[in-house]
Structures are given as C-alpha cells and as structure tokens.
Design a protein around this ligand. Structure first.
Ligand code: SF4
Length: 211
C-alpha cells in the first residue's frame, strides 16, 4: 500500500483536475437520494436522472413507493437495468423506513445498512449527499479499479478497499475522494483502455494489474 504522503499528492492532483466533486444524481429529499442511488448501480447518472424525473413525479411520498405495484414499478425503472431487483429493493426499503424509522431515512451507517438492498457503498453516498455526514468511502466499480491500479490497496473486496483508503486519506477528504476517483475512472482510467499518457497521476501510479 502507498504511504499517506503519496495519497495526499494524489488527492491534490485529483482536486486540481476535478474541482467539483458532488453527485450528479438529482434529488430533493434523502429518500429520493436513496432511490436514485439504488437505481445508479450498473447505470449512468444521466440515465438515472432521466428515469427519476418521471418517477419522482409519479411517486411523491415514501408510502407511495412502499405501496407501489411491484410489476408497475419494475416497468417504471426498467431502462436502468437490473430492474426487478432494484424495484424490490426500493419498495422493501421504503416499507422498512416507514415501519422501523417512522418514515425518516436513517442518518447512520449502522441503521442504513439494515435496509433491504442497502450496502456500505449506497449508505456512504446517501450519508454524504443527503446529510453531509462522512462515515466511510463509497467504493463502486471505478473506485475499486483505480484503488488497485494506483497501488492504494491489494484487495478486490470493496469493504477491505474502503478500510485501506480510510487509513491513507484524511477523513475530510473521504467523500470527495470517492467522487473524484469515479470521475477519473470515467474520463481517463477506464476499465478497458486506461489512457496513461494523459493521466496526471502517471508518475505516482504503479499500474497494478494493467496489461
Ligand atoms: S497511470 Fe494509467 S493506470 Fe494509473 S491511474 Fe493513470 S490511467 Fe489509470
């Protein structure tokens, strides 16, 4: 694993390149943020925003998601992919929020991960975006790939990667670091064709696992 000093340098370069680091998902309430984050798995933010624009008009309150006809909800979100599982998670997590949390999306990691279909990644995104609370680092597919390539971890398990990143980066950087690694993964360090030649991290990167 890299020393913390190198991580600080990476953070500085990522900040220069991606000064704005907040979610592109559109939402107005913590519950809308939760729904959008569930939909964003294996889907682009642009597509999610297109779907939620109509979805949030149709289902305005948490109880409307909880009482939704599952098959109808599946069709409403179909274009985001994995729509059966996502619809089930949205409906069941909405039911759980009403039953266990009096209709309020919880604002702790401990409680959020008790919701159906909500893991640490989704919980981290909801906490930082909806509540401005930092408890960890959201590790999605981009963060996972870049952390390994950059030598920030030797693990491929998101929970272990998160622990390694948390040891290296100052807590106040955790949320932004995740977003910036995602932006860099999309723009430069893609899964299939990483563009080392234009990468501002190339002098710090051991390119682990890259052919
Ligand atoms: S140098 Fe290459 S592998 Fe390393 S972060 Fe940049 S694009 Fe990715």
């Amino acid at each position: 694993m890299k020393p913390a000093g190198q991580m600080l340098e990476m953070i500085r370069l990522l900040k220069d390149e991606y000064p704005i680091s907040r979610t592109a998902l559109r939402y107005e309430t913590p519950h809308q943020m939760l729904v959008a984050t569930i939909l964003s798995a294996q889907c682009t933010d642009v597509r999610v925003n297109m779907v939620t624009e109509e979805l949030f008009r149709k289902y305005k309150e948490i109880n409307e998601f909880a009482e939704a006809d599952l098959q109808e909800l599946e069709q409403d979100i179909r274009s985001t992919g994995f729509y059966r599982q996502k619809a089930k998670n949205i409906k069941n997590s909405s039911i759980a929020i009403l039953k266990k949390f009096s209709g309020n999306v919880p604002d702790t990691m401990e409680e959020l991960i008790t919701l159906p279909g909500v893991g640490r990644k989704t919980a981290n995104v909801v906490l930082s975006s909806a509540y401005n609370i930092t408890e960890g680092i959201a590790v999605d597919t981009h963060v996972k790939r870049l952390s390994f390539r950059l030598g920030l971890t030797r693990y491929t398990d998101p929970a272990k990667i998160e622990q390694d990143l948390m040891k290296l980066a100052p807590k106040e950087e955790w949320s932004d670091l995740s977003y910036r690694l995602i932006l860099h993964g999309r723009a430069v360090c893609s899964a299939r064709k990483p563009e080392h030649g234009i990468c501002m991290l190339q002098h710090l990167c051991p390119r682990m696992g890259v052919q």
